[in-house]
Design a protein around this ligand. Structure first.
Ligand code: ADP
Ligand code: ADP
Length: 229
């Protein structure tokens, strides 16, 4: 599903240049659950931004579902992002004035879907994350874990090929983090491809494969035993 070949990213501002990714090659298969780990500054966010089609590499190849992404224009990149990718963030990124059904409907704005069908789809996704009884609530009326479940429903609503989750438990207590990671595991068992960035080993344990980054390179790839979670 994902093939990276000698991927490089350099940030330049005036005289100063930072080599954030220094030749990353790896592949991620469909229905894999992958965690990207590494110390601060090792290139995780840069990697996530490129994999998530939010940014382009300076050099190297990125193939996503057989298509070469690294030569796409910004518009083509945006189309891939809207159609194929769901994002989950540490701070949820929900719109405070909209109820949770409307929040989950947001990604469907870019599709041709009829509003009633979009609504049904959002409601069914909220059912899948166990929030069917909260449909008319706004984010402020929910706990952190519930808000993250809304964000996960929103990420899933247009059937993305891949879910990218950037420190999805970073704002949650440990009990709630476990609940969220169990939800990701359940989605993975149902066939979802998931790529997660975390600096917490206990969170990375839920993934099948852990990519350890250091200084802009893949230091090692670790395969976890079939998850006991
Ligand atoms: P991580 O997510 O692992 O903390 P990043 O990908 O954010 O790592 O950063 C990798 C390196 O690239 C760091 O040295 C960081 O300072 C640098 N960097 C990241 N984003 C930018 C940017 N927009 N401009 C300049 N340097 C950046
Ligand atoms: P958090 O701190 O919640 O993990 P950030 O605000 O740091 O999230 O965002 C992580 C990255 O995702 C940033 O590069 C940001 O530009 C990008 N981003 C934030 N919100 C969205 C969004 N709704 N859609 C696409 N990209 C986003």
């Amino acid at each position: 599903m994902i093939e990276l070949d000698d991927l490089r990213k350099e940030y330049r501002s005036g005289e100063i240049s930072v080599a954030a990714l220094q030749g990353v090659s790896l592949s991620i298969e469909e229905n894999e659950f992958v965690a990207i780990m590494g110390p601060s500054g090792s290139g995780k966010s840069t990697m996530m931004n490129i994999l998530g089609c939010l940014d382009q590499p300076t050099a190297g190849q990125y193939r996503l579902g057989g298509r070469e992404v690294s030569s796409m224009t910004d518009d083509e990149l945006a189309a891939v992002r809207n159609r194929d990718i769901g994002f989950v963030f540490q701070s949820f990124h929900l719109l405070p004035r909209l109820n949770i059904v409307r929040n989950v409907m947001l990604p469907l704005k870019y599709t041709e879907m009829e509003p009633e069908i979009a609504r049904d789809k959002a409601v069914s996704m909220l059912g899948r994350v166990n929030l069917a009884n909260r449909l008319d609530h706004v984010p402020n009326e929910l706990s952190g874990g519930q808000r993250q479940r809304v964000a996960i429903a929103r990420a899933l609503v247009n059937d993305p090929k891949i879910i990218f989750a950037d420190e999805p438990t970073g704002n949650l207590d440990s009990k709630t983090s476990v609940e969220i990671m169990e939800l990701f595991s359940e989605l993975h068992r149902a066939g979802q491809t998931i790529i997660l960035v975390t600096h917490e080993p206990e969170i990375a344990e839920y993934a099948q494969k852990v990519i350890h980054m250091r200084d802009g390179k893949v230091e090692r790839v670790e395969h976890n035993a079939i998850s006991s979670h």
